[in-house]
Design a binder for this molecule. Structure first.
Ligand SMILES: Nc1nc2c(c(=O)[nH]1)N[C@H]1C(S)=C(S)[C@@H](COP(=O)(O)O)O[C@H]1N2
Ligand SMILES: [Mo]
Length: 264
């Protein structure tokens, strides 16, 4: 059947000429540019004028940015549970010359025989634990890719006691009901806060060895944290004190604006 057009219906439009097409495209792209540009500018102005969060354990970021970051943290904490292990490597892949980074709070001499780890219990009681006491616990080794936020990483080999073994041995289970662990150097110059699930992760160590030898001072003698689920900044060297809390403990780099969670 032949198609016919009733008088009321319009005949198909004449195709646009090249010039008309160009004008139309110019109009559309310029329009899009103006609209997208205004949205971006408006968004930026909104962020710029939004209140700065109160400086507490984190540096003063724009409140909406911090809210977004905290939401992302929650999502990550749900996805990366304790069941996920960080990739490990055979011993022979570990670096022989282990990289050394900053030494805030872990510079200068340390008398290892006099050193004691101070653990502040939630009852107010303080435990004083020697390196010998810690070495008496079962030893765990890990070879993994250590990552620093400054952009380097290195497969390295650490040995020590699992954080969770330490907790069980010293009967600190009630403390692990709290949300955070705080660690600081003996002089309190460097300090970190760790969320409890990451501290209790099966690969987190209180390490006293690197490449099967006692930690040298530059790597945090006599005891350091090795927490493979976090960036290097959280791996505190030369631990002096350990405490537990439901509020975020002070954290050296978070105060400078780095991510508090610093997870991998
Ligand atoms: N006490 C103390 N611990 C610290 C630091 C520090 O400056 N002082 N720097 C951290 C950072 S940023 C990194 S990358 C690692 C580096 O550890 P390493 O020197 O054994 O390689 O230690 C972390 N622990
Ligand atoms: Mo680092």
């Amino acid at each position: 059947m032949k198609k016919t057009f009733s008088k009321k219906q319009k005949a198909p439009k004449k195709p646009l000429t090249i010039e008309q097409k160009i004008t139309r495209r110019n109009f559309l792209s310029f329009g899009t540019f103006i609209v997208a540009g205004s949205v971006a500018y408006g968004g930026w102005k909104w962020l710029y004028n939004s209140p700065e969060e109160a400086r507490t354990v984190t540096a003063g970021a724009r409140a909406p940015l911090r809210r977004a970051l905290n939401k992302t943290e929650l999502a990550f904490r749900r996805i990366f549970s304790n069941n996920n292990l960080v990739k490990t490597y055979p011993k022979n892949m570990a670096a022989k010359a282990v990289r050394h980074n900053s030494d805030i709070g872990s510079e200068g001499k340390i008398d290892i025989d006099a050193w004691k780890l101070q653990v502040k219990k939630h009852t107010g009681e303080v435990l004083h634990i020697s390196l010998e006491d810690i070495k008496a616990l079962p030893k765990t080794d890990i070879v993994y890719d250590f990552k620093c936020v400054e952009g380097w990483d290195q497969i390295s080999h650490w040995g020590g006691v699992k954080f969770s073994d330490f907790i069980n041995h010293f009967k600190l289970n009630a403390e692990t009901e709290l949300q955070y662990v705080g660690l600081a150097t003996p002089d309190k110059e460097y300090y970190v806060g760790i969320d409890m699930p990451s501290a209790m992760h099966p690969q987190t160590l209180l390490a006293y060895e690197v490449n099967e030898k006692p930690l040298p001072p530059k790597h945090g003698a006599p005891l350091r944290l090795i927490i493979p689920v976090k960036y290097g900044i959280k791996n505190l060297k030369r631990i002096g004190t350990m405490s537990f809390s439901d509020t975020r403990p002070p954290d050296y780099w978070a105060e400078q604006g780095y991510d508090y969670y610093s997870g991998l």
